[in-house]
Design a protein around this ligand. Structure first.
Ligand SMILES: NC(=O)c1ccc[n+]([C@@H]2O[C@H](COP(=O)([O-])OP(=O)(O)OC[C@H]3O[C@@H](n4cnc5c(N)ncnc54)[C@H](OP(=O)(O)O)[C@@H]3O)[C@@H](O)[C@H]2O)c1
Length: 292
């Protein structure tokens, strides 16, 4: 059986759906039913149910976006940094392997040599190496708390997308925003990401950090061109002049825009598809939904 913490959330619900489709037995936990953030309660339920693997898809992201984390710092710090440490304590005590949904948003830009950020690089968009958003600072602290954790996978996701008409889907966000920020990013197709996360466990990859983004990177302008080419929209998109313009008009805290190095996932046989293939695939499915 798989345990999923945060099973009601955006990503948690995809993990539940994906595993059930694979015929797996899934036990999704929500704080509304069991206070899984209490170490004692978590240990006792782990002892009772004995899952083969636990997935932590719980965390504080801020709604509608990371700006909200700036005004709810205690909850953000707890959800993203303190709580993963509690899961570590419980899983190590009971001897359960587990995976933590982390984020690549602890980096900004590329490395000075032009390469993407690898799992060995210190975060450069964190409290220790700022400036950063409060959200990113807490995600970096979460990874720090899990350093050398036993039987723990840290799966870094970035900017999730697929074909679904959800306000959380990156492609849908681009269609909804009145102005866009031109930036280069690594991004993660949700099904590809979940498949790679689970493969790291089933293929017995060494526990540790994995950058799980589609290989390569995208620029915002390129994605909106692909949207037009795939017939998703003929909208003329507006762009902010630059990051200062974006910060002045639309944001409270700086955003992480960054490129990840995915070679560790490739070496371990758990790489995600090339990014253009995954984005165009989602766009074609979006178009089919409009035509249906
Ligand atoms: N969405 C993204 O763009 C993105 C990108 C990269 C990484 N991530 C990471 O992925 C994880 C899940 O994100 P998500 O987008 O699925 O978030 P979400 O939709 O807000 O779901 C998170 C779930 O976590 C649970 N939770 C437990 N402790 C919490 C706390 N202190 N504050 C808020 N929620 C708490 C809640 O479930 P219950 O109350 O039902 O237990 C909630 O439904 C987070 O760690 C996030 O940092 C997300």
């Amino acid at each position: 059986m798989f345990f999923i913490l945060g099973a009601t959330g955006y990503l948690g619900s995809y993990f539940v759906k994906y595993l059930r489709q694979e015929g797996e037995d899934v036990f999704g936990l929500s704080r509304t039913e069991i206070d899984y953030t209490d170490v004692g309660s978590l240990i006792s339920i782990l002892r009772r149910k004995k899952p083969k693997f636990l997935i932590n898809a719980a965390g504080y992201t801020g709604k509608p976006n990371v700006d909200a984390c700036e005004s709810d710092k205690a909850e953000c710090l707890f959800g993203n940094a303190v709580f993963p440490g509690r899961i570590r304590t419980a899983c190590e005590e009971v001897g359960i392997p587990w995976g933590h949904v982390s984020s690549g948003c602890i980096y900004s830009d590329r490395k000075s040599n032009g390469e993407g950020w690898s799992e060995n690089d210190e975060p450069n968009f964190s409290f220790r190496n700022g400036p950063c958003s409060f959200y990113s600072g807490t995600k970096a602290l979460g990874e720090e708390i899990l350093k050398d954790a036993k039987d723990c996978y840290i799966w870094r996701l970035r900017i999730p997308f697929n074909e679904e008409k959800s306000p959380r889907n990156y492609l849908q966000k681009l269609l909804n925003y009145s102005s866009l920020l031109e930036a280069e990013n690594s991004i993660s197709h949700i099904d590809d990401y979940i498949n790679s996360c689970l493969s790291s466990f089933t293929q017995e990859c060494e526990p540790g950090i994995y950058n799980l983004t589609n290989s390569g990177s995208i620029r915002t302008r390129q994605v909106v061109e692909w949207m037009k080419e795939e017939g998703v929209t003929d909208k003329e998109f507006n762009f902010f002049e630059n990051e200062e313009d974006f910060m002045a008009k639309a944001a409270i805290t700086p955003r992480s825009n960054c490129v990840m190095d995915t070679s560790k996932a490739e070496r371990n046989g758990i790489a995600l598809r090339p990014v253009e293939e995954a984005v165009r695939d989602s766009l074609r499915k979006m178009r089919e939904q409009v035509l249906a």
